[in-house]
Design a protein around this ligand. Structure first.
Ligand SMILES: Cc1cc2nc3c(=O)[nH]c(=O)nc-3n(C[C@H](O)[C@H](O)[C@H](O)COP(=O)(O)OP(=O)(O)OC[C@H]3O[C@@H](n4cnc5c(N)ncnc54)[C@H](O)[C@@H]3O)c2cc1C
Length: 474
């Protein structure tokens, strides 16, 4: 089956854009609105440069929840769609521009409102950058776990929009697992609070988990109360190199089966290892077919014991070399190298990252399937990802001088990749979201009845289809 997975041609502008801008200027003059061509153009895309997008009517930069609510009410009055946006690092076109829509940037709403040590929570506005939030809570001995590889640039609002994962989900879960409360603005411009600081709360339907990961299609998030933990111990870090991709996959499957829960269990294949080493000169084994980065944040002997177990699993699976980071600085470099894998691949050509997930025992099968797809379709794929979660990022790398040459082969390879993923019981997106791409595959993966249920939720919460229309459900 061949399915189109890239965004369709952008829809024409909807609503009365000039009327909206005039009304904002007249009725809400304190809201910052940017209409210059440079700013609008800069908000046309997120990190998915290959997707078709539209040019926003304008970019609004609200500073308060009240301003967000006012903007939403005015957009509803004038029938103009809205695109909520954080830092624009998304990899599914979720915050890319829609022709004639108002992009609502949350970057100015970046204040931490409260760190509650007694309840281990932080309450924050959505525009704060993930790393800044982490640093602020670390300064008082606390830890916010979710850490997408893009954590130095992406925002908490974007993380909530995509239900972002990252490098320590294997132990601490994804963004949704860290959310206790949300303040949202509905499509009608009403401000609603969901959840709060209660660790257990089953009053009514679970709306909060529905909003998290909905990519701005059901409500706009204006505040979040997030779960914190006591700062964990310094990490013990292990690197393992493997002669074949299969043996690396076997080591991951063995660790999962053995009940090991390291804080990090990341994989890079040879192509990616070499790309990272070219840029960062980490002295990685460029001959190995794959590398695993395994870390424990258990204190003292427990951390050493956990890493010894991981080491044993790697040796049994056939690792060619296993070594520990000499110190925290070396461990930081190795982790940073993994975080920058996509950027390193971008040095080699036009890089298009995929985001498949499979049950963890099927990681070896998935790695084999990726190799088959690359060979059969004559495409270059660098694979890395959160192996401990079963979440891999096979990344197509196209010749920068003639990227169009490979497009047909890439489309066929992508379809084959997704088919293989679904055959293994997997998902076409583990953490980046359906966004403006992969929509045909949403139907293929979830089935008509489930997608119909999603559509009825969308209709109930956003009857005029103004919140990020065309995203997720198409
Ligand atoms: C190099 C690189 C590495 C990455 N690594 C990871 C990774 O390890 N794990 C991972 O999960 N992702 C990763 N990503 C993808 C991306 O960083 C995440 O999806 C991140 O959550 C996006 O945050 P953002 O602030 O850039 O949001 P944006 O891209 O601006 O928006 C993302 C989505 O959230 C919605 N949104 C934004 N703010 C709000 C709000 N206030 N209310 C409602 N909806 C909102 C948008 O409409 C959009 O649909 C990576 C990206 C890059 C470029």
């Amino acid at each position: 089956m061949t399915l189109v997975d890239d965004a369709p041609t952008p829809a024409p502008a909807r609503g009365d854009g000039p009327g909206l801008l005039a009304a904002i200027a007249a009725r809400e003059p304190s809201i910052r609105i940017l209409t210059d061509p440079g700013t609008r153009e800069a908000h046309r895309r997120d990190e998915t440069a290959w997707l078709a997008t539209g040019l926003p009517l304008a970019v609004a930069e609200p500073a308060t929840t009240a301003q967000v609510a006012a903007l939403v009410s005015l957009c509803a009055e004038f029938g103009v769609p809205m695109v909520p946006r954080g830092a624009g690092t998304g990899l599914s076109g979720g915050s890319a521009g829609i022709e004639g829509a108002l992009t609502i940037s949350f970057m100015r709403m970046n204040r931490i409102l409260e760190i509650d040590h007694d309840n281990l929570t932080v309450t924050t506005q959505p525009g704060i950058v993930n790393a800044d939030l982490k640093a602020a809570v670390a300064a008082v001995g606390l830890f916010y776990a979710p850490d997408p590889a893009s954590y130095e640039t992406c925002t908490i609002g974007g993380n909530l929009g995509t239900n972002a994962g990252g490098l320590c989900c294997v132990k601490y879960g994804v963004t949704r697992d860290a959310v206790l409360g949300l303040e949202i603005v509905t499509a009608a411009g009403t401000v609603i609070r969901l959840g709060g600081k209660n660790v257990k709360d089953v009053a009514g339907y679970a709306l909060m988990p529905l909003i998290v990961g909905s990519q701005g299609t059901l409500a706009l998030v204006t505040e979040a109360t997030l779960r914190l933990r006591a700062a964990p111990a310094p990490r013990t870090t292990l690197l393992a190199f493997f002669p074949t991709i299969d043996t690396a996959g076997d080591a991951v499957a063995a660790m999962t089966k053995g009940g090991l829960v390291p804080v990090t269990l990341e994989l890079m294949d040879r192509f990616t290892v070499c790309a990272v080493d070219d840029v960062h000169h980490l002295g990685l084994d460029r001959e190995a077919a794959a590398m695993l980065l395994v870390e424990s944040d258990l204190p003292g002997d427990a951390g050493i014991a956990e890493i010894e177990q991981a080491e044993a699993a790697c040796q049994t699976a056939g690792a060619s070399m296993v070594l520990r980071a000499a110190d925290a600085v070396e461990a930081d470099w190795l982790r940073a190298g993994r975080r920058l894998a996509f950027r390193a691949l971008e040095q080699l050509g036009v890089a298009r990252m995929e985001d498949i997930g499979v049950p963890r025992s099927r990681i070896p099968d998935m790695l084999r399937a990726i190799a088959v797809v690359a060979a059969e379709h004559d495409v270059t794929i660098g694979t890395f990802g959160h192996a401990g979660d079963g979440n891999l990022h096979p990344t197509f790398v196209l010749d920068r001088d003639k990227p169009d040459e490979a497009l047909e082969r890439i489309a066929a390879a992508k379809a084959a990749l997704y088919e293989a993923t679904l055959e293994l019981g997997g998902t076409v997106t583990g953490e980046h979201g359906i966004g403006a791409s992969r929509q045909a595959w949403l139907l293929r993966q979830r089935g008509e009845d489930a997608v119909a249920m999603m559509r009825s939720i969308k209709r109930a919460l956003d009857p005029a289809d103004l919140l990020n229309p065309g995203r997720v459900l198409g």
